[in-house]
Write a protein that binds this ligand. Structure first.
Ligand code: PGA
Ligand code: ZN
Length: 428
């Protein structure tokens, strides 16, 4: 089925910032759309998000140039192409851009069209998107934020995400129920302390704490008060986003006015895993601190998931280098870090082939588009990270998995934390 046209519109993300929505229309009139999310704690090796940079217009954040690229060069390049050939389409967009990081046309322009084409292709076949993207049937273990921090909370505390994983729930729907209970109990805990002060960018509670470790204690209290055993029923998962803490060779926890050498900081990560019921840590070390990553993995990689986000930026070459160097055992997957659907699918497959775990992820600036819910099921990634359990840009994804669960009926599979075995991780 041939593509007739591509167009784009400036819309707004969950932080109220401009972003790109593209629509691909086929010759039979079927349409697909794609909305691009946006990060705040971005990695240096990500594909480029093209913004206009005019301080007089949307504080420099408008995306009208990206939109004009979609409606000009990109529209001309995709018109007449077979929408079922996603790889060919994405390669044509990569070639058209001609830069290693999509900086000429903008990864936001390219990705919006790539996602819209995938949606249109599935719609043309009368399939749900997850079938069009690969047809997997494994529902993901949800990784859900309870407290937000770092750049998502005005750097009120250092660590970016304090999350939970329902380790023993037998189904996706039951994992959501466990999370619901912990999320709302955490509000009770904060309210009782007089510290309930709204939510951060991804819907987790605003982190009114004076030590990073105090958050673990509040989280453990919430898990227990909700009726679960920490570490057994519900595990803690962190995103340190350590690149944001790394200044002139040292890791700085500003909240506590403490700073660490890389060796000291990797020891701190290990000691947290030994002290608290932590089952997963994302970006425990800065993006290019390969030595620090190796130290963490050799100490705790057998019993804790170690996820590279800024470290890998969904980039094949970096994933390959990490696999050889042994720096992690999981890869965060974000479409807009790399900029096409095809490259994202390749990154997931490469991760799985290495015996590592892909974690499909949203960004802190999200939209109502639930593409990643389908991506997680289609590729049998086994894990999905979407921020917290509030705000509709987050709930759109959790709810979409419920719909997919319903659509799949008896064909739906769920491993929960059993997915960790694939990477040889044995939780204690
Ligand atoms: P970002 O945060 O979207 O701001 O990069 C999400 C994450 O670090 O996982
Ligand atoms: Zn991250």
């Amino acid at each position: 089925m041939k593509i007739k046209s591509a167009s784009a519109l400036q819309v707004f993300d969950s932080r109220g910032n401009p972003t790109v929505e593209a629509v691909v229309e086929l010759e039979n009139g079927v349409r697909g759309s794609g909305l691009v999310p946006s990060g705040a704690s971005t990695g240096r090796h990500e594909a480029l998000e093209l913004r206009d940079g005019d301080p007089e217009k949307f504080r420099g954040k408008s995306v009208f140039r990206a939109i004009s690229h979609v409606e000009g060069e990109i529209a001309r390049a995709v018109a007449g192409r077979d929408v079922f050939d996603q790889e060919g389409l994405d390669q044509a967009l990569i070639d058209l851009d001609g830069t290693p990081n999509k900086s000429r046309l903008g990864a936001n322009a390219i990705l919006a069209v790539s996602m819209a084409a995938a949606q249109a292709a599935a719609a043309a076949r009368g399939q749900p998107l997850f079938e069009g993207l690969g047809g997997g049937t494994l529902l993901p273990l949800p990784e859900i934020q309870i407290f937000g921090g770092g750049r998502h909370a005005d750097c009120r505390i250092d660590i970016q995400d304090f999350m939970v994983m329902a380790l023993r729930a037998p189904s996706y729907a039951q994992a959501l129920e466990v999370t619901f209970n912990v999320y709302h109990t955490a509000a009770d805990v904060m309210r009782k302390r007089g510290l309930l002060a709204g939510v951060a960018d991804e819907g987790g509670y605003w982190p009114v704490f004076d030590r990073n470790e105090a958050v673990f204690e509040a989280l453990i209290e919430a898990i227990e008060k909700a009726g679960y055993a920490p570490g057994r029923d519900v595990g803690i998962s962190l995103d340190i986003a350590a690149t944001d803490l790394f200044r002139e060779g040292r890791y700085v926890l500003g909240l506590e006015a403490r700073s660490f050498t890389p060796a000291e900081f990797s020891s701190l990560m290990v000691s947290w895993v030994e002290t608290y019921p932590i089952v997963s840590i994302e970006d425990p070390m800065a993006e290019d601190d390969w030595e620090g990553w190796r130290a963490v993995r050799s100490a705790i990689g057998g019993r804790c998931q170690l996820v590279g986000d800024d470290h890998f930026t969904t980039n094949l070459a970096r994933i390959d280098r990490g696999v050889i160097a042994g720096t992690a055992n999981a890869v965060l997957i974000k479409l807009n870090q790399v900029g096409t659907v095809t490259e994202t699918l390749r990154a997931i497959r490469r991760t799985q082939k290495a015996g590592w775990l892909p974690v499909v992820s949203a960004r802190s600036g999200e939209t109502e588009d639930a593409f990643i819910a389908h991506l997680a099921v289609a590729t049998e990634a086994g894990q999905l990270k979407v921020g917290s359990f509030s705000r509709s840009e987050r709930m759109a994804k959790w709810n979409e998995i419920l719909r997919i669960e319903r659509t799949l009926g008896g064909r739906a599979r769920y491993l929960g934390a059993g997915i960790f075995e694939r990477a040889g991780i044995r939780l204690r």
